[in-house]
Design a protein around this ligand. Structure first.
Ligand code: EPU
Length: 448
């Protein structure tokens, strides 16, 4: 009898190794740290590699769990994914046997949905699971699906799966999104590179990771261009070729280390940082009184004004790029606990992305939720070591920052969330003088 397992109501996620971070805070971080490649660029570049049967080679790929999941998902389709050395991946999608992205992949990582556009455009069909991902709001995919439909795809939704076909070739069209969406822009753009005729995408997301994807697609021979800041035009080609590409640096990881230096009153040089992509973030951090300068690919952060005269409260509002990235909202919130006065936080991108503030309060913060998108943070409150639980990737990294700033020892449960997106995070903090270890839940032994 056929295995009827891949349906939502019968799926039980694989158990993950339960690990905790144990952190003894209160040490000002000092030294240099080097930023890895961007998670949100690398995942889309891997998907783009399926647009051709030829080999693609990526360098500066971060060694993180989400990249590993994407590599496994591609291998399960029959794609050859080689990993010849650290931070280097080679992908050859000549023989794709299974045009099926199962719930197992989607439940681990929402970004698996980025495979919809390229697989549909190249092979004319795909069955792909509705994604899960972080617990930060509803996270629908309707814009992705509508974009494919306007390119001529037929898409049915049954049993938690999208069954997508494109009889003949996809057809170029004008895609008008109701608001800016990063992955919907990328999915539409990927599909349009092999569609017949011209596609215009508006408003197109302006995130640097989207431009990194455009640069790679151009190397593959695609005719794709950002013609206005919010407009991407694509003239579809019959086929694309293999290409090499170095992944851009991760702006969110860089932001995380800037805040780590500030809230511990330390002095850190962040190297290989994408300064051009951090304008709004550096402006906000500077406004609070942290001494931060960013030029070419280096950020110098001096947090010594933490004690005297102290950081200043500042209101923040997240927005699509070039606004303040939602992924920096939680690290900045930690900074605001160490700033004098009341700051207002407005999260405009995702609902429920402020819920983690309850965990921050367990460490001594005074954060109050006004509604699902607004909060106040009143400082400066001394942070104290506590036992807390990570709910998603960015909140997890931010709880580490709070623990580094706190007096005493913190135990942070759910370490696997952080390894989804940060390469060698303990090693990098240890090198800056932090006292941090990752241990198996309920034991004292350090995990490898
Ligand atoms: N949205 C819809 N329908 C859709 C798609 C999105 O309503 O079909 C909504 C979302 O719910 C959200 C808004 O549109 O309210 C914007 O979401 P967007 O589509 O821009 O987010 P995303 O593409 O799913 C990427 C990053 C996120 C990052 C956001 C915003 C990847 C893999 N993820 O998500 O990164 O926060 O853009 O910049 O690129 C992270 O790295 O931790 C992370 C969550």
């Amino acid at each position: 009898m056929a295995d009827a397992r891949p349906f939502h109501w019968e799926f039980t996620p694989e158990p993950v190794a339960r690990e905790v971070f144990r952190i003894e805070g209160g040490v000002p971080l000092r030294g240099n740290v080097s930023i890895s490649g961007s998670k949100n660029a690398a995942l889309k570049l891997f998907a783009a590699a399926t647009l051709t049967g030829e080999r693609c080679r990526f360098t500066n790929v971060p060694e993180i769990e989400d990249v590993r999941v994407m590599a496994e998902t591609l291998r399960d389709l029959g794609v050859v994914v080689d990993h010849p050395q650290d931070n280097v991946y080679e992908i050859a999608s000549g023989d794709v046997e299974w045009l099926f992205v199962p719930l197992e992949a989607a439940a681990k990582m929402r970004a698996s949905f980025i495979l919809l556009g390229p697989l549909l455009a190249r092979f004319g069909r795909v069955i792909i699971s509705n994604p899960g991902g972080d617990r930060i709001g509803r996270r629908p995919v309707d814009l992705h699906v509508d974009a494919m439909r306007s390119l001529g795809a037929q898409i049915d939704y049954r049993n938690g799966y999208y069954f997508a076909t494109a009889p003949g070739r996809l057809r170029g069209t004008e895609i008008r999104f109701p608001f800016v969406s990063v992955m919907s822009t990328e999915n539409a753009m990927l599909a349009a590179t092999l569609a017949e005729g011209q596609t215009v995408i508006r408003p197109a997301a302006q995130e640097p990771e989207v431009d990194d994807l455009i640069a790679f697609l151009q190397r593959m021979g695609a005719d794709v261009e950002r013609t206005y800041p919010d407009t991407i035009e694509v003239n579809g080609k019959r086929r694309l070729r293999g290409a090499d590409h170095e992944v851009i640096a991760d702006r969110i990881e860089a932001a995380t280390f800037v805040i780590a230096a500030a809230v511990t009153g330390g002095k850190v040089t962040v190297e290989r940082a994408p300064c051009d992509h951090l304008g709004a973030f550096v402006e906000v951090v500077g406004r609070t009184g942290v001494d931060v300068t960013c030029s070419s690919d280096t950020i110098e952060v001096d947090g010594s004004s933490l004690i005297d005269p102290g950081f200043r409260a500042s209101d923040i509002e997240t927005a699509p790029y070039p606004g303040l990235a939602t992924d920096t909202q939680s690290p900045i919130s930690v900074l605001l606990t160490q700033s004098n006065g009341t700051s207002h936080v407005h999260e405009t991108i995702f609902e429920d992305r402020l819920e983690w503030l309850a965990e921050l309060n367990r460490m001594g913060a005074d954060a109050r939720m006004i509604d699902s998108r607004h909060a106040t943070i009143t400082g400066r409150t001394p942070l104290v070591g506590a036992e807390v639980e990570i709910g998603d990737l960015r909140a997890g990294a931010s709880l580490i920052l709070a623990a580094l700033a706190a007096q005493g020892t913190s135990t942070i449960h759910g370490a696997h969330h952080v390894h989804r997106g940060y390469e060698n995070i303990e090693r990098k903090f240890l090198d800056l003088g932090a006292r941090i270890e990752r241990v198996a839940e309920g034991t004292d032994s350090t995990s490898s």
